[in-house]
Structure formats: structure tokens, C-alpha cells
Write a protein that binds this ligand. Structure first.
Ligand SMILES: [Zn+2]
Length: 1031
């Protein structure tokens, strides 16, 4: 799916939007291949199972397992933020009028309150008692077989948990047994939108792969009222269902053994409530034109929520077919993955819609259904009916999506040489939707902001919608047709869909100029992967939180980046494409792991390049290399090491990458014909250049996933070359130099003086990507200084930015602009100028807002300037209220979201508190927007401490809405903590998260937050004197 980047900040890295949460539907699978399509699993007898600790804590005798504190990792410095808008903050605000000017904590955060102490003592007493009870009870109490003779030679004995009915649950692992597999599900669902409940019947036909007496599958929050079972030709009989809620598993234990090759049918009747969060089968609503509340129900199953709608084998490798029936009131319609085949009136006055059985085998997370009163527009593309659905009053905003989806479907059909396998493809805009979009097969769901655009929308808004559609459509092949076997290889879905989204848009919609966006995305992926808390692209996943956490920048953006690197490196234009066609055809309908992809690419490689050997170094270890260049005349030595932002020697790694280094020199530096290649597999390597070469630039157009250090002389030569003529390098290469030198400064390899020295060339820079990258990097530092209340440095930094970019800022116009890259440049420059209170910018923005307000909807603010204008307006008392009124009445979602960011950028403490609370309540501001609200509030000086307190106070409500580890929670944690740079803040953040225990303390994003604060702290300590001197 496409995790939605709520990091409002950016006109820049909107690509992050694609992060994670949308999926498409599964693709065609030849049913004849059915059995072969299912991976073979080794037989596992439950008795062989080793107890796996997490989450059933009480069962581990005497051991308080995973309570140990998270390993403190070392950190580095990078405050790498996505935001572009410098926050308005007048120093007056902070000192006098502002109640929240806390620097050092008034009370020690480590001293517990009396209440906490009592609770802790009670807790300890309980734990101690339970430990003793468990210790003195016979050890066999919790084993399947009761008291067996002690067998000292068996180191591990399975320890089975207790079911809800007190009986032993016959399975003790997080992953399901592989003895049976589902072949088909018949689902009947009866949602009641008045009472927010539903009943259901699931009939699962299964095939036995290995002799077994148990069937174990998933179910969460479902009240199972009746269960029957039928083995082969035997009679149908009632069975008891055991439930182990901690792992969301249910089991049926049979008296006789089922034999491999037999088939059986399990029928389960159940009832449940529609979910109030954004996953499972959840209820949603919107207010129509007449002001009436309209209720609907929709699904979001990826990654682990299909089990909340129907009992199922909820792992991606358990593919099956689905036949779905849903009942509804006559004034509603239903949608599902497949076309509807019939509607039958029911005796209770409702209508039952039945959908075709899926023509493909698909994973449970791709199943979807919706009950709503949406209206469609449709069009035939090849053999597929493409439709876009929205709430009726937004129908006029669906044309662009239909046209875009149709063109992209044609492109993918031809690019992959495999036609989209279903007869219909629906794209549906859902009023309440957390992720950016979800690629359910045949029924892709979107946020309204990622699907609906008006005719007048700016190209930047269209770029966003086109990107998300391109991403979700790519999933119909990567993810739906060929699916990762397990979540550890999520990048096979997400990295590919992300790469394909940029590649397809470059080809199909070149005017959307998607290249700059992809470049910014690659920079942010490098920033994140430089941390010790990062992880390998393909990494172990052993619990639900870890599954959620895979939806991150590494799976999406780093995955896409290394695919781009590979594509650039493989010789011949079509090699990469041929390889992925081979992969899709070979594994159509099946599940794969990372090696399957590399093997396919190796097979088609004309020159027998060993793709596996090279790419494993990029997917099996975390991080990326720093390549250092040293030159003696014509001899150039390249050395690689792990680019790890840490001051801790203990975390030094000896990792090596197989790096396809590209380089250009002053002899030829612009076109692809200039590229020279060098494969750096070992610690260092040497290449020869003519003595006359003045400079060389590695990583042509930043298509490789590494950072380059040129040494003092190398940097000086490049800076001199750019100072005399910026055109000697492509704009991507210029942006890459800027990104790399800031990163090296964080690593401590170059001084900040060298950074400022390189930026001198920028007086001549006019292109979007180098300017936006430089502004973004300076903004990170500006905000850190601001939050530390280094007032004199803040003033000097502001002066520096206005001095360096002032003339470019002044040159920007405020009318309509067609070119995407000019829009990007303009919104970044003007966003900075206004947030730095540049007078001209503020006046222009205010005038535009006034004109817009007075025109009563007849005039328009250019789309790329709306954010700047609304943010300026929100700083005035009166205009903030006007903006709030507009927010509540405007129907156009992209604009609405920018208004919300404007509202959240206020520096008025009362309003900050109000908006945070409103986001949590979900009435005026949808809760799905809360991560955006928090990240915007955190940008400003006035709100970032409020936001941090708000998160601590409301943590339990937040994780109720947004699952632990999810992209939304990652965003919230990052926004709230990434601008801290003092020991006091570090202690508080650490204290809070370690107090959470299983409510989130183990999250990778917590490690990342702590690491980032330490790095900020280190960078500040080291560089404040330099900044004093040079700014
Ligand atoms: Zn995706």
C-alpha cells in the first residue's frame, strides 16, 4: 500500500506518500496450477514446536522475558526532516507571551509520582506472586500432554498457551502451521450500518498437505457462534473452536488424524462490531451537501486485519480463491474485488449482492469490500472496465483519475507483457482512510486527497494523484500477482511499486516531471538508512509490530533506489525489463523471496552478470557505503566503508558492498555517453584518469545508493568548477553534491565551513532540485537552533538564507505557473521567504488571501502557492478564524489539507492545544489527519513541546487509532522528537518510551528517535562554535 506521508512539510518529498498503505488486488492465477502454486511446507508436528516467547508472557515460567530495556544504540546526528516550511516564530512569542518556554525540565522526569509508585509496587507484588505460583506448580501444567516424565535431554519442550475456555491451545507459534492450506473461501457478510455491527459466515475449503489433527487459523475480535466441520465424504459435524486471543489465532482439534491429500471444509458463523479504527471492516462517514451524515463501511486488511473481518489463514503465502456475498439496504451499493454477478432480495427487506468467484488465487490482505452510496464514472480499457468511485458530490473531481488510471493500465499491460487479469478495476475514494491508498485486487482504495483532483488543480496536485495511482497499479503485478512469501520481503512489493511509479510516470506523463521528486526521495532514504537503527531491506519479522514496521522508508524508498541503481548498471536498455518479465511470468500466482528476483535477473543477463552476488550486498545488510576518493595525479583510489552516523566505535561494521560506481569528469560530464563505470567490490580499488582531468564527479545523477567524499582538494575543484559555470554538471549532480556534503558534515568528515563554502556557488543556481535540497538542509539546522533558543544564531541563519537565496526569492512570481519544476522551486523559495518573515513575501501572501476570501470562491490561489498563503494567513488572529471557516466548508480535498496545515502552523498556544485535541476527537478534523497536524505543530517553536506532552498524555488513545509500529505512529514519533537536541530532552524521551513496555517501547522508530536526538546533540556541540564564526 501507500503509507501516506503526513509529513506535511513538503512540497518536496511528497513521494514518501507512497510509503505504505495501499494495495491492489491479486492477479490472475491459473487454477490448474493451483497446487503447484502453493509453496511446499515441511511437515511440522505441534509437538516439535518450540515455545516462542513474546506476548504470552505469563506462560514462561519464572522468566520476565522481554522486559529488558531496549538496547541503547548509538546515534548520530542527522536531523533529517522532510519539511520545507520554516516556521514562523517571532522571538517575542517565545519569551514573554508564551507559557511553554521550558528548557530544562522543572522536575526530574525520572522521579515517579506517588500514584505511579503505588501502581509499581502493586505490579511488582503481583508479578512476584505469579512467578512463585508458576514456579511451584508442576511444570507440566501448561504443556499439551500434561505431566510427562522429565526428559532432561530435550532442551526445549513446547509450552502451549491456554485458550479462552481454559483448555490448552494446540499451537504455540506466531506463524501458522503448514499442514493444511485454504483453497477457497465462501464469505457471506451482513453489515448493519445502523448498529455498527455485522454477522458473517465463512466456509473454508482446505486441502491437507501433511497428516495432522489440528487446523489453526486467524481470527480477531470475532464472536464465533457456530462451527461445523466436514472431512472428505464424511458427515458434517459440530466442532469446538479454541481461541488464543494474544496471537489472534483459533484452532479446531480433531480426534482423528487428517491425511495428506484429503480435503475438508470448516464453516464458521460469527458476529462482530464494525471497527472504529482504520483497519479491518470499519465504519466511516461523511457529511453530504445537505448537511446529513452518511454512513458507510469499508475494509483495510493489509497487513494483519483480514482476520478482523473473517476467520482466515492471514499470511501472504496462504493464497486462495474467494466468493463473496454481502447484504445491503436497497439505497446502498456494494463493491468487492470481482464484478457483481447477481442481486437477490432477502425476506428481511435487504438485498444480497453476490460477486464472481475470484479468477485468481490471492492473499487475504488483498480482499476488499465496501458498502456505500458512491457514484462511479467508467471507461473500457482493453478487456477491463476501469471505474472511479467517490461520494456523489465529488464526482466532478474523478475525471483526472480515470484518465490517468486508464493510460497507466495500458502502459503496464504492455510493459510487463502480462495483461491485468481481472475484468474490472475500481478506484475508490474513501472519506475516512488512513493510508495513502491500498492495492486490493480489482478494488483499489484511496484517500480522497490522493485520488480526487479538480480540473483547475495545479500540476503538482495532479503529480501526487498520478504517483499514487501509478504505485497502486504497479502492485497489481508486484504484490498481487507475485507476492512476497512473508513480510520480511515486503520490499518486493513496495520497493518495486515505488520504483515503477516513477518509471511509469516518466514515460507516460513526462510533463509531470517526476524525476525531481524521486531524487528527493532517494536523499531521504539515504538519511534514514545512515542511522544505526535502520535495518536490512530484507530482514527478520517475528511479531505483529515488526510486520507493521516494515512499512517504512527502507522497504519503499531504499527498495526503489537500489532497483534504480541496478537498472542503470545492467547493460542494454531492456535487460532490467526482461528480467522482471521473466520473474513475473515464472512466479505468476505464487509467492517469492528476494533471491527469486535476483535469480531471474541473472538468468536473462546477456553478459552473465551475477546480479545475485551484487544485489545481496544491498538487501542483506543495513546501511550503505561511503566512497572516499583520493587522487595522485592520474591515479584515483576509491575506498569504501559503512556510512554510519555514530560516535560509538563499538558499532563499527566491516560491511562491504558491491558498488557499481559511475563517474564523469570535466572532459565529458553531462550526457549518458559520458558515464564511466567502475565496480568496487573490495575495500578499495584504483582507476586511472588522464593527468589533465581537473575534477571528477562520482554517482552520475545520483542513481547509485551511496555517498561520496572527494577530500579537500576534490571538493575544492568541484566548487571552483561550479562557481565558474553551474552548467558543468546536471542539476541532479549538483543536488547530490549538496546532499552529500551536508551528510558528511553530520558524519564529522567535513567542517560546516566547507558546507558553506560549497553553497557559495548557489548565487548562480536557478534549478529546482539543488535549491530545494539546500533549503531543506538549512531548514533542518535552522529549526534545531530555533528549538534550542539560540536566538542570535537563528537571526544570523535567517540572514544567511535570505542573503544566499534572496534574489531568487524576489524573482518568483505569484500568478499561475505551468511548469512543475518551476512550481516546486517557487513554492520552496516562497515558503522559506514567508516563514522567515520576508516582508515582500508576507504582503503578497496576505493580499492573495484577502482577494481569495472576498471573491467568495470565484478567484483561485495557484495550487503551488496555497500552502504559503494559508500558512501566512493563519498567523493572524482574524484570518485564522476565516481559514477555519473555509476549512469546514471547502469540498476540494487537496486545498482542504493545505488549509489544515495552515491552521496547525499557528503560533497561538490556545489554538495549538485546540487543534491537537480536535484531531484526536475526529469531529471537525478527521483523526486520519492527526499525524499531519502533529508534524506541522512540531515544526513551530510554539507547539513542539505541547505536541510532545500531548503524545505522552494520549499515547493509549493514539495506539488505539494507529497500530503500534504503523507508518502513522512512526510519523508521530519522528515529528515529535526529531528536533530535540539536549540531554534533558533525551532523558525525557527515553523515560517515556521505556515506561511503555509492550505498548511500544520496542519499536524501531523509538530507537531512531533516541539516536536522532543524540546525533543532534553531538552535531550542535561540535558545530555551534563554527556557526558563530561563519554565519
Ligand atoms: Zn504500496
Amino acid at each position: 500500500m501507500d503509507p501516506f506521508d503526513s509529513n506535511a512539510a513538503a512540497n518536496l518529498p511528497r513521494n514518501m506518500i507512497e510509503n505504505s498503505m495501499f494495495e491492489e488486488e491479486p492477479d490472475v492465477v491459473d487454477l490448474a496450477k493451483d497446487s503447484a502454486a502453493f509453496p511446499t511446507f515441511p511437515a511440522l508436528d505441534p509437538d516439535e514446536v518450540v515455545y516462542e516467547p513474546r506476548s504470552s508472557r505469563l506462560l514462561v515460567r519464572g522468566l520476565g522475558e522481554n522486559d529488558m530495556d531496549e538496547d541503547d544504540e548509538d546515534c548520530e546526528s542527522s536531523a533529517r526532516l522532510l519539511g520545507m516550511s520554516f516556521m514562523n516564530r517571532s522571538s517575542a512569542h517565545r519569551s514573554s507571551s508564551f507559557p511553554y518556554t521550558r528548557q530544562a525540565p522543572p522536575r526530574s522526569c525520572s522521579r515517579p509520582s506517588a500514584r505511579t509508585t503505588v501502581v509499581c509496587v502493586l505490579f511488582l507484588v503481583i508479578v512476584a506472586s505469579m512467578t512463585m505460583v508458576l514456579y511451584f506448580l508442576p511444570g507440566c501444567t501448561f504443556t499439551k500432554a500434561g505431566c510427562r516424565k522429565t526428559n532432561k535431554t530435550t532442551p526445549f519442550e513446547p509450552v502451549y498457551p491456554l485458550s479462552t475456555n481454559g483448555k490448552l491451545f494446540p499451537w504455540a507459534q506466531f506463524r501458522l502451521p503448514r499442514s493444511v492450506r485454504p483453497v477457497n473461501y465462501d464469505l457471506t457478510l451482513n453489515p448493519d450500518l445502523n448498529n455498527m455491527t455485522f454477522t458473517g459466515r465463512t466456509v473454508i475449503t482446505m486441502s491437507v498437505l501433511h497428516n495432522t489433527k489440528i487446523i489453526v487459523l486467524h481470527s480477531a475480535h470475532l464472536n464465533i457462534t457456530k462451527a461445523t466441520f466436514k472431512l472428505g465424504d464424511q458427515e458434517t459435524r459440530d466442532v469446538t473452536v479454541l481461541e488464543y486471543q494474544t496471537r489472534q489465532q483459533i484452532a479446531v482439534q480433531l480426534s482423528e488424524e487428517m491425511k495428506a491429500g484429503q480435503s475438508c471444509v470448516l464453516t464458521l458463523d460469527y458476529s462482530a462490531s464494525l471497527s472504529h479504527t482504520y483497519d479491518g471492516f470499519y465504519n466511516s462517514s461523511y457529511i453530504d451537501k445537505e448537511g446529513n451524515k452518511r454512513v458507510l463501511a469499508a475494509t483495510q486488511f493489509e497487513p494483519l486485519s483480514a482476520r478482523k473481518a473473517f476467520p482466515c489463514f492471514d499470511e501472504p503465502a496462504f493464497k486462495a480463491t474467494f466468493l463473496i456475498k454481502i447484504s445491503r439496504k436497497s439505497n446502498y451499493t456494494t463493491l468487492s474485488n470481482m464484478p457483481q454477478v447477481k442481486s437477490t432480495p432477502l425476506p428481511n427487506g435487504l438485498v444480497q449482492d453476490e460477486f464472481e468467484k475470484t479468477s485468481v488465487n490471492m492473499s487475504t490482505y488483498l480482499v476488499a469490500f465496501i458498502v456505500a452510496d458512491f457514484t462511479p464514472i467508467s471507461k473500457n480499457v482493453s478487456e477491463t472496465l476501469v471505474s472511479v468511485y467517490s461520494v456523489p458530490e465529488k464526482k466532478e473531481h474523478t475525471d483526472y483519475a480515470l484518465d490517468t488510471a486508464s493510460k497507466l493500465l495500458e502502459f503496464y499491460n504492455s510493459f510487463f507483457e502480462i495483461n491485468y487479469p481481472l475484468k474490472k478495476l475500481d478506484l475508490v475514494a474513501i472519506p475516512d482512510f488512513l493510508a495513502g491508498a491500498m492495492e486490493n485486487w480489482g478494488l483499489i482504495t484511496f484517500r480522497e486527497t490522493t485520488l480526487l483532483v479538480g480540473n483547475q488543480s495545479s500540476p503538482l496536485e495532479k503529480q501526487l494523484v498520478a504517483s499514487v495511482i501509478a504505485h497502486e497499479l504497479a502492485h497489481q503485478w508486484f504484490g498481487n500477482l507475485v507476492t512476497m512469501s512473508w513480510w520480511n520481503d515486503l520490499w518486493l512489493n513496495e520497493g518495486f511499486a515505488t520504483y515503477m511509479q516513477y518509471m511509469s510516470l516518466q514515460t507516460v506523463f513526462p510533463t509531470l516531471d517526476i524525476g525531481n521528486l524521486f531524487l528527493a526521495v532517494r536523499f531521504r532514504a539515504l538519511d534514514k538508512d545512515a542511522l544505526n537503527s535502520s535495518h536490512a531491506v530484507s530482514t527478520e519479522v517475528n511479531n505483529p509490530e515488526q510486520v507493521e514496521e516494515m512499512f517504512d522508508s527502507v522497504s519503499y524508498e531504499k527498495g526503489a533506489s537500489i532497483l534504480m541503481m541496478l537498472n542503470t548498471w545492467l547493460p542494454g536498455k531492456q535487460q532490467f525489463r526482461k528480467g522482471i518479465i521473466q520473474y513475473l511470468k515464472q512466479f505468476s500466482g505464487l509467492n517469492t523471496d528476494t533471491d527469486d528476483l535476483w535469480n531471474s535477473l541473472t538468468q536473462v543477463s546477456a553478459q552473465h552478470h551475477n546480479v545475485s552476488e551484487m544485489m545481496r550486498s544491498w538487501t542483506s545488510q543495513k546501511g550503505f557505503p561511503l566512497v572516499t576518493v583520493s587522487r595522485q595525479g592520474g591515479q584515483v583510489t576509491l575506498t569504501q566503508e559503512h556510512f554510519l552516523l555514530t560516535s560509538d566505535k563499538a558499532t563499527y561494521t566491516s560491511s562491504l558492498w558491491n558498488i557499481p560506481v559511475t563517474y564523469v569528469t570535466d572532459n565529458c560530464s553531462l550526457g549518458p555517453e559520458c558515464i564511466q563505470m567502475f565496480n568496487l567490490k573490495t575495500k578499495s580499488g584504483t582507476l586511472e584518469l588522464p593527468e589533465s582531468v581537473k575534477w571528477l564527479k562520482l554517482n552520475y545523477r545520483n542513481t547509485g545508493f551511496y555517498i561520496v567524499h572527494y577530500g579537500d582538494e576534490g571538493w575544492a575543484a568541484l566548487k571552483d568548477a561550479l562557481s565558474s559555470n553551474v552548467q558543468v554538471l546536471t542539476q541532479e549532480d549538483r543536488a547530490s553534491l549538496i546532499h552529500n556534503i551536508f551528510a558528511l558534515s553530520r558524519l564529522g568528515r567535513v567542517s560546516f565551513y566547507q558546507v558553506l563554502n560549497l553553497l557559495k556557488y548557489m548565487s548562480n543556481e536557478t534549478e529546482s532540485c539543488p535549491v530545494t535540497e539546500a533549503l531543506l538542509q538549512l531548514n533542518v539546522i535552522y529549526r534545531l537552533l530555533d528549538k534550542r533558543q539560540e536566538d542570535s544564531l537563528v537571526a544570523r541563519m535567517k540572514h544567511y538564507i535570505l542573503y544566499r537565496f534572496g534574489s531568487l526569492m524576489d524573482n518568483q512570481t505569484w500568478g499561475e505557473e505551468e511548469s512543475v519544476s518551476k512550481q516546486e522551486l517557487r513554492s520552496a523559495l516562497l515558503g522559506s521567504a514567508c516563514s522567515l518573515n520576508q516582508e515582500n513575501c508576507i504582503q503578497q501572501a496576505k493580499a492573495l488571501f484577502k482577494h481569495y476570501d472576498e471573491s467568495n470562491g470565484t478567484s483561485r490561489i495557484p495550487g503551488d502557492l496555497q500552502q504559503v498563503v494559508f500558512t501566512v494567513a493563519a498567523q493572524s488572529n482574524e484570518d485564522w478564524l476565516t481559514l477555519l471557516h473555509m476549512y469546514q466548508t471547502v469540498t476540494y480535498d487537496a486545498e482542504k489539507r493545505k488549509m489544515l496545515r495552515g491552521l496547525a502552523s499557528t503560533q497561538d498556544a490556545r489554538r495549538i492545544v485546540w487543534i491537537l485535541k480536535a484531531g484526536l476527537r475526529g469531529d471537525i478534523i478527521q483523526t486520519q489527519e492527526l499525524p499531519l497536524v502533529i508534524s506541522t505543530v512540531c515544526n513551530g517553536f510554539a507547539g513542539y513541546l505541547f505536541a510532545w506532552d500531548f503524545i505522552q498524555e494520549n499515547w493509549d488513545r493514539l495506539i488505539e487509532k494507529f497500530p503500534i509500529g504503523s507508518y502513522a505512529i512512526q510519523t508521530i514519533i519522528k515529528s515529535a522528537t526529531s528536533q530535540f537536541s539536549t540531554q534533558a530532552h533525551l532523558d525525557r524521551v527515553q523515560g517515556f518510551f521505556s515506561s511503555l513496555k509492550e505498548r511500544g517501547s520496542q519499536m524501531r522508530s523509538v530507537q531512531e528517535a533516541l539516536e536522532t536526538i543524540r546525533l543532534n546533540q553531538r552535531w550542535m556541540d561540535k558545530n555551534l562554535p563554527t556557526l558563530q564564526k561563519w554565519l
